[in-house]
Ligand binder design. Structure first.
Ligand code: SF4
Length: 323
């Protein structure tokens, strides 16, 4: 039986915004009632258009943000309301890899300090062990031992992201949220970094929540994939099942953006039309109804339940499996 590592239950993250002195307070519903489970050793890809809430969800899970509502159960403990002293311990087990390897590394710190800073802060090594441990970690991430005395500006984009991965790995975590970790890199370098992350996952028994706007990147690394739209999860299933049998109209539309060698496959799919609506005044009923080619009256009124349509295949659409 698969061992759960993370359960996200009805999590919401709303940000209040100032609307003016006499106006009703408004809020951005960045994450709006999301639930899913992750298992030990798996990579769950999270995809969706920019602004769909996937990065906010990742940051809420690692508790950089406090959830507005819902529960985050990590290794059987509800961490959703943990405060700073307990969160410090959590940082050892849950790490975040940032998108931009150019701005996420302090230019005044050398690799040794960047990778080893948290090791010393958390007293995970003695001063005598420090250099050997940092060298071991950077080598696992495909860098050389002599790199530890160099500074970020002396590295390429791909190497900088390797430093970012090494910094996360130094804490010996179980779970890593990787937020668009290769989107700032050239395509030729992307697969090298993804292969390295896959190798580290196998070697250290890691679980990844891998966030990307790019379905072809997510396809490369994920075991299962979740699709987000306007703060909600609209589809979740295994990688092959999602690519061979997408059931939500939004997922079908996203698939159109991927170059497809078999034209017969994409003929059946409808392109998504129109602009993504605001996540302040979200559409009623199904949030996708303003852009959905299959929309019917019920879609404007009733929120579709996120339900299991086929085994391990969850979809939030009133007509999933029929269209
Ligand atoms: Fe389209 Fe209706 Fe399904 Fe929403 S519930 S995706 S509007 S068919």
């Amino acid at each position: 039986m698969r061992e759960k590592i993370l359960e996200v239950k009805n999590v919401k993250k709303y940000f209040p915004i100032h609307a003016g002195l006499f106006k009703k307070p408004l809020q951005v519903k960045a994450v709006d009632d999301v639930s899913f489970t992750m298992y030990k050793g798996e990579t769950l890809g999270l995809v969706g258009e920019s602004g769909c809430g996937k990065s906010t969800l990742g940051r809420t899970i690692v508790r950089l943000y406090e959830p507005t509502a819902g529960q985050i159960i990590f290794k059987d403990q509800d961490i959703s309301k943990w405060k700073s002293n307990k969160l410090k311990k959590l940082r050892q087990e849950m790490q975040l890899i940032f998108q931009d390897p150019y701005s996420s590394l302090n230019p005044r710190m050398n690799v040794s300090s960047i990778v080893g800073e948290a090791l010393l802060a958390h007293k995970l090594v003695t001063k005598d062990e420090f250099k050997d441990r940092v060298t071991e970690i950077v080598e696992k991430c495909g860098l050389a031992s002599y790199h530890i005395n160099r500074y970020p500006h002396q590295f390429s984009g791909g190497q900088r992201q390797r430093i970012g991965v090494a910094r996360a790995l130094a804490m010996n975590p179980d779970f890593i949220v990787a937020d668009e970790p290769v989107s700032a890199l050239d395509v030729s370098v992307q697969s090298q970094v993804l292969n390295m992350m896959n190798g580290l996952k196998a070697e250290f028994g890691l679980s990844y929540l891998f966030i990307s706007h790019d379905l072809s990147v997510v396809k490369h690394i994920s075991d299962r994939i979740g699709v987000m739209y306007l703060g909600s999860l609209v589809e979740l299933t295994g990688k092959r099942e999602l690519y061979n049998n997408p059931l939500h109209p939004y997922t079908k539309a996203l698939m159109l953006a991927i170059p497809e060698p078999n034209p017969k496959k994409i003929k059946k799919m409808e392109a998504v039309k129109g602009e993504i609506p605001s996540n302040i005044n979200t559409p009623s009923g199904c949030k996708f109804h303003t852009r959905c080619p299959y929309m019917k009256d019920v879609c404007k009124e009733e929120v579709p339940e996120f339900r299991e349509i086929e085994k391990d295949h969850y979809v939030a659409c009133h007509f999933a499996g029929e269209i």
